[in-house]
Design a protein. Structure first.
Length: 192
């Protein structure tokens, strides 16, 4: 009976310790997402403010560049706000597998966005080239193209950095949980 109680107590403490660490991992995920959205939101606010001020204090290509920075980052600010408040609703009581699914979903979204970002850079370069061959609003084409290239480059760096930071699932101090695909299924490894 004494051995049974000792074993049951050990198992209970192990489960409680793991649950606390899992909760901390959910909180870390929430913090990671909110921090990322604050960085994106900060970039957006800086671009909106500078775009509005410098658009009216410049002319030609430069005016259009600052104008597009402000317009583009209105969308970024909305995305950052939505992402921040969505992360706040993430919760901390899910399972390790649910956490893994959330993280993989986030990584897939970021990698998809990184592909779009390369498309923005290419579209901006095309617009700059197109500005050389249009008679109507060449400054708009060139200024907007420069801005879209800059915004695409920032977003690409942001998305790639977010994926690299998010690369591992950590549960508590010194414990690491990893999931691996293997023939016939998926395995989980908990290392201390």
């Amino acid at each position: 009976m004494k051995s049974f109680l000792l074993t049951a107590t050990f198992i209970l403490f192990t489960i409680l310790a793991f649950s606390q660490s899992l909760e901390e991992s959910w909180e870390a995920e929430q913090h990671y997402r909110q921090t990322g959205m604050m960085v994106l939101g900060g970039w957006a606010v800086a671009n909106i403010a500078s775009g509005l001020v410098l658009r009216s204090n410049t002319s030609g290509v430069d005016s259009r560049f600052w104008e597009m920075n402000a317009i583009w980052n209105g969308v970024n600010l909305a995305i950052a706000g939505f992402g921040y408040f969505s992360a706040a609703k993430l919760g901390t009581d899910g399972s390790a597998f649910e956490l893994y699914q959330e993280q993989m979903g986030m990584d897939k979204t970021l990698l998809f966005n990184a592909g779009l970002d390369l498309g923005y850079i290419a579209a901006g370069a095309w617009m700059m080239e197109r500005s050389k061959n249009v008679s109507k609003n060449p400054d708009l084409w060139k200024g907007y193209g420069k801005s879209i290239m800059l915004q695409g480059a920032f977003l690409f760096a942001f998305d790639v950095a977010m994926v690299l930071i998010h690369k591992r699932v950590v549960i508590g101090d010194g414990m690491e949980l990893s999931f691996n695909a293997a023939p016939g299924g998926v395995g989980a490894v908990l290392q201390f």
